[in-house]
Design a protein around this ligand. Sequence first.
Ligand SMILES: Nc1ncnc2c1ncn2[C@@H]1O[C@H](COP(=O)(O)OP(=O)(O)OP(=O)(O)O)[C@@H](O)[C@H]1O
Ligand SMILES: [Mg+2]
Length: 508
Amino acid sequence: MKSIVEMYNIRKEFPGIVANDDISITLGEGEILALLGENGAGKSTLMSILFGLYKPEKGIIKINGTEVNITNPNQACDLGIGMVHQHFKLVHNFTVTQNIVLGMEPKGLFLNLKEAAEKIKELSNRYNLDVDPYSKIEDISVGMQQRVEILKMLYRDAKVLIFDEPTAVLTPQEITSLLSIMKNLINEGKSIILITHKLKEIKAVADRCTVIRRGKVIGTVNVKDSSVTEMAEMMVGRKVSFKVEKNEYKPGKEILNIKNINVMNHRNVIGLKDFSISVKEGEILGIAGVEGNGQSELVEAITGLRKIESGEIIHLGDDVKTLTIRDRFLRGISHIPEDRHKHGLVLDYSLEDNMILEVASLHPYSKRGFLKRDVIRNHAKQIIKDFDVRSGQGEITITRTMSGGNQQKAIIGREIKHNPNLLIAVQPTRGLDVGSIEYIHKRLIEQRDKGKAVILISLELDEIMDLSDRIAVLNGGNLIGVVDATKTNENDLGLMMAGINKGVEGEA
Ligand SMILES: Nc1ncnc2c1ncn2[C@@H]1O[C@H](COP(=O)(O)OP(=O)(O)OP(=O)(O)O)[C@@H](O)[C@H]1O
Ligand SMILES: [Mg+2]
């Protein structure tokens, strides 16, 4: 096979860490190469080098056999390289077409938006992308926004497409569709580098998989000759268990009792309708549902981010519905948020300051208005150690420079260390490598076994079924039913998620 991209002996250092240590990879024409590696292994860094965002200290890049020097993304585009970043870079109040032509040199005196829209329509049809060139970005789903990013690359006639964790933000349905789009792209002569933590996806579409650990290449396998287990073990360097062990279910006293709440959504229509549930000590309540069926409204209602229209939220015997976010937090309600950039971290603060965001003014972190640096530092060091948070400069690292998965592990560590009585975990393992997922699952179970109440919200049915004791299913803002996790299966849950209540016991 002819190589379209060759990267040899790439080295890239950041303060305190060698992110890429003598890495070599090749991408054959018409193939999908997967990059697999733990959080912080150096995958995004390597792709940022190929895309001209970072300059390596050492190494050679060849495109179609010719050595090139890529110093910025425009140059990468000219060489036929396109990249979809994990956080999309679209302008929300612009249309699809405006976003796609943004930053391109007009040919002639002015850019003909109508012609551009036609070309976009044509590309969208050819690759089965189903995007309307005239829609505004703010009105379309995340999945479609991603397809706009793909169109942006195709419009620029990219031959090599880089996807950095494209499925982390997608629903299971959107993932299936993206994987088939990738196969179409290959059939149309493109080549793809895919970064993902999901081994199932690698198995489904990739030809080869290069495994990176701590900045170094461990090896490359032919995907069809390898197994999910083999790839996972290559990546973390030890055996990985996909099975979650837990003690017998012994629920204790009630921690949270939600009674008949109605909650508006961000469009000011009822997003959660007459919802009631109780959560006890020593249990994990899973919330299953297709994204956007009331999960966010539920989390926001409990944590105080959103007021409720009616009903009661009883936490340890008191109605907390009028309490502030902070007061609820101080009562022991912790929250691992869905959007780590919006609600989880202040990206320009150090890791140690992010670890005390909610408690900076309290004992033992402050005394008479002064921060106690040594205490704060030790607190951060403990989280780094317990949750295996990897970054260049430890507790003083600015969190913006940390890899996505390590930001996530830090937030989880912070919330668990607060020692809550109720932990609300929203998509806790999104973006984590399999080793870290295993670890976080153990820690959530440990919370349950210590007698805490845990509410787990996840789009991954496997995760919900593996961890939960009871599962509540939401559809269209309605509670369809609550089932015993040991007595259900993917099929029944799927039906319930579609709004069909099939042979369900009442609240267990
Ligand atoms: N701009 C930067 N400044 C300082 N350090 C950085 C910067 N970008 C990345 N790093 C560090 O380089 C290492 C590799 O990061 P990278 O983002 O490439 O990891 P990754 O393999 O993509 O991980 P993940 O799966 O979590 O996204 C990390 O330790 C990270 O903290
Ligand atoms: Mg990354």
